[in-house]
Ligand binder design. Sequence first.
Ligand SMILES: [Zn+2]
Length: 255
Amino acid sequence: MATSMRPNIECSDAEWQARQKLAACYRIFDLMGWSESVYNHISLRVPDEENAFLINPFGLLYSEVCASNLVKIDIDGNKLDGSPHAVNKAGFTQHGYFHRHLHWAHAICHVHTTATMAVCSLEEGLLPINFYACNFIGRVAYHDFEGVTVRAEEGERLLKNLGNKNILMLRNHGPVVMAPTLEGMFLQQWALQRACEIQMATLSMGRPPRFVPEEVIAVHQRDLKEATPPGGGPGMGDFAAWTRRIDKIDRSWRD
Ligand SMILES: [Zn+2]
């Protein structure tokens, strides 16, 4: 039995697969409670086309995103398909900058979840005080708040502050997570979210947290890959599992 009828949109098989995967990702983010009304983005490079990206239609909830209503745009946020939907062009500015300059960053998400925003608003940022946080210590960068990130001239500073990391904590704002694959990005966003939730809970208890020593963090990061589920790459098994979960709720994301 076919999993779904492919709507009448003209695109390659590779693009259609990317559309379905990204639509699933929006639904999973929504299920996790990571969506932010009609705002924020997860963007994905179209695999077989130069300078083409998929992004959410501006004005729709993440729960309304499906494969065919994702909008194809160029690096400047201009529409490349005949989509009737608008794009939050200003909001794509920072994603566009990272996609343009980081050729490995095929998938990028930016969220405003309470826990990640709260940690981004702490002077110390992410602290090495829990299991998940230890995944990230030394691997996240920070960028000071300059107001809403819509000005292209901020791009150079974003890139400079990111350095050789793949997660940029926008201070007083929220994280940007970048990865070569959507599944890898999802896994890191999930672990970062958990790290921030637990930090928020720990610091709320009114007692001093216990810091993990540097040498333990090093061992943890070295051995972490042993603890990932099978599936062929970072996050593959996780993403497949959560895709089964959203299928049980509503399969319309596939259309
Ligand atoms: Zn934001």
